[in-house]
Design a binder for this molecule. Structure first.
Ligand SMILES: C[S@@+](CC[C@H](N)C(=O)[O-])C[C@H]1O[C@@H](n2cnc3c(N)ncnc32)[C@H](O)[C@@H]1O
Length: 278
């Protein structure tokens, strides 16, 4: 068990990103992940390997897909100049994908954020001003107020990345976060998040059992997020399974990975001028 009070799943994901960076034919490159994960993160990842050996690939697919979206939305013809990472953990996108004129916000619980700041302070070469830090607990705090106070421009669209967080939140917090995004941010803003299907979220063994023992139980999953997104103010939704994402990125498929039980969703409060059918 790690000794830090930071999120243990955040340490674990940083460790998987470090390993995926070093893998042959790497899908991602995160030069800081190994140092940020530390030996505690690496140990947690090794322990999870024993119950779910596909987590490294799964993490790489998710990060590669989200990195591409950040690149896309911050490049012409898009004009997004704000990227907000919700539950940022030890993610280093603000440093890796820095671009002139684009502001990155990192939102997380105070203890995890404090530990991240401590770890990046000790990291030679890490651009320490890359992100604006925002402390927020999605189950207690008003996200809209926190983002406004932090200087998010509500008159311009933002890309909101919510990576690996929804499984750990009660549905009311998932909904409140979505509502804050749909009703406070500029209507062209886009949120991207991953979620488990219900059956996986309710499973108490394998990966879910392991993260529960880390003190971060999985509590949320949905088979169809469209009704919830509609009710919370979204009018454009696209969803992709991890099998589909992995197939495009690696040309491989394996049923035993169980990637079909996990999806990535993109949503905005207004549809683009000509929404593609797929
Ligand atoms: C699995 S980690 C993912 C971290 C990061 N997004 C990544 O992909 O590396 C889950 C993150 O969600 C954050 N989190 C969990 N519950 C939260 C809450 N109630 N409010 C704010 N953040 C939360 C944790 O602190 C942690 O950083």
């Amino acid at each position: 068990m790690a000794t830090t009070q930071a999120s243990h799943t955040a340490l674990m994901i940083a460790a998987y990103r470090a390993r995926a960076t070093a893998a042959e034919g790497a899908l991602i490159s995160d030069p800081w992940a190994a140092a940020l994960a530390g030996e505690d993160g690496m140990r947690i990842a090794r322990e999870l390997d024993a119950v779910y050996p596909h987590m490294e690939l799964w993490t790489a697919v998710r990060t590669a897909l989200l990195d591409d979206l950040v690149e896309t939305y911050t490049s012409p013809p898009h004009d997004f100049r704000q990227v907000i990472m919700l539950g940022a953990g030890l993610d280093t996108r603000a440093a890796r994908l820095a671009k002139g004129g684009v502001r990155f916000y990192e939102v997380d619980q105070p203890k995890t954020q404090a530990e991240k700041r401590k770890r990046i302070e000790a990291l030679p070469g890490y651009p320490k001003g890359a992100a604006i830090f925002v402390e927020c607990d999605f189950e207690r705090d008003a996200l809209a107020e926190k983002l406004t106070l932090a200087g998010v421009d509500l008159g311009a669209p933002a890309l909101v990345i919510w990576e690996g967080v929804t499984p750990y939140l009660v549905e009311a917090a998932v909904r409140a976060t979505l509502r804050a995004i749909a009703t406070t941010l500029h209507p062209r803003s886009v949120v991207v998040f991953d979620h488990l299907l219900k059956k996986q979220a309710e499973q108490k063994e394998h990966a879910q059992g392991y993260v529960q023992r880390l003190g971060e139980p999985v509590v949320f999953g949905t088979n169809d997020p469209v009704p919830m997104l509609y009710e919370e103010g979204f009018r454009h939704v696209r969803s992709l399974s991890f099998d589909e994402a992995c197939l495009s990125l690696t040309g491989t498929y394996a049923r035993e990975r169980e990637f079909r039980f996990q999806r990535i969703v993109l949503a905005s409060a207004t549809a683009p001028a000509r929404p593609s059918t797929i």
